[in-house]
Write a protein that binds this ligand. Structure first.
Ligand code: 1GP
Length: 244
């Protein structure tokens, strides 16, 4: 039995936490991952998220085991498919793609991995996953064959989040998609903050100002992936961010 940290409580505990997203399809080389871990520890990054839309099982397993062996930073699975599960992680975001109408990403993938996940010693966090148009076609929209919510439709995004909470989702993840040109609009965050569930935001985040704005609007966890893949020193710079 693992000594669980209770990641959901940790998400709730403060605003402006930072997660680095590792996509094992792009980052699975031990040397690079070790450098990333080193920088992340210096910068006191809160979480590693791991997952991707088109990752193979072997890249996923290899990457998660490198992380597990080399860091105490909590590892959270952000799964792109039912193949991306492992009890080497501390928790899994159990995503339902509630902005979409593809049953496979609402329940199908979940049924495929249900038995295996049920037996695993891992915290499972029911997550309402909401895709918002990030100004370009994202791989997650393409792979899931779903249409993101238009970025000016705050009301639809809010109603979607409310429906998710009523269904029992414990957190809401707004994603503009990896490499998004435009980030999640602040109005959406402000509108959903009243629901009192932790909010995670990701997609195309590359600037400190964006991170501060999200923190001040009530975002609990800000996810940065793509930008770090080519700018590993950005992780070190995050240490200087005023996170008080
Ligand atoms: C995408 O939320 C994540 O699913 C992070 O996006 O890779 O653009 O940082 P980036």
């Amino acid at each position: 039995m693992k000594n669980h940290i209770n990641i959901l409580n940790q998400f709730r505990s403060k605003k402006g936490q930072i997660a680095i997203l590792i996509d094992p399809e792009k980052s699975n080389k031990e040397k690079e991952l070790l450098q990333l871990i080193k920088n992340a520890e210096i910068a006191e990054i809160d979480y590693f998220f791991i997952g991707g839309s088109t990752v193979t099982k072997s890249d996923f397993e290899k990457t998660i085991s490198i992380l597990k062996r080399n860091t105490k930073i909590p590892i959270i699975i952000f799964p792109g498919s039912s193949q991306q599960i492992s009890d080497e992680a501390d928790a899994i975001l159990y995503l339902s793609l509630i902005s979409g109408r593809n049953p496979d990403y609402l329940i199908g993938q979940h049924v495929e991995s249900a038995n295996e996940l049920y037996e695993m010693d891992i915290e499972v966090i029911p997550t309402g996953y909401i895709l918002i148009d990030g100004g370009n076609k994202s791989s997650v929209a393409y792979v899931s064959q779903t249409t993101p919510i238009p970025r000016d439709q705050t009301s639809i995004a809010t109603k979607t989040a409310i429906a998710g909470v009523l269904q029992g989702k414990q957190i809401i993840y707004f994603d503009a998609g990896s490499g998004a040109k435009k980030n999640i609009p602040i109005e959406m965050i402000k509108s959903v903050e009243k629901l009192n569930v932790p909010i995670i935001v990701g997609g195309g985040i590359r600037k400190f100002e964006t991170i501060s704005e999200y923190k001040n609007s009530g975002v609990n966890v800000i996810v940065i992936g793509n930008y770090i893949e080519n700018n590993i020193d950005f992780v070190l710079d995050l240490k200087n961010l005023n996170r008080i």
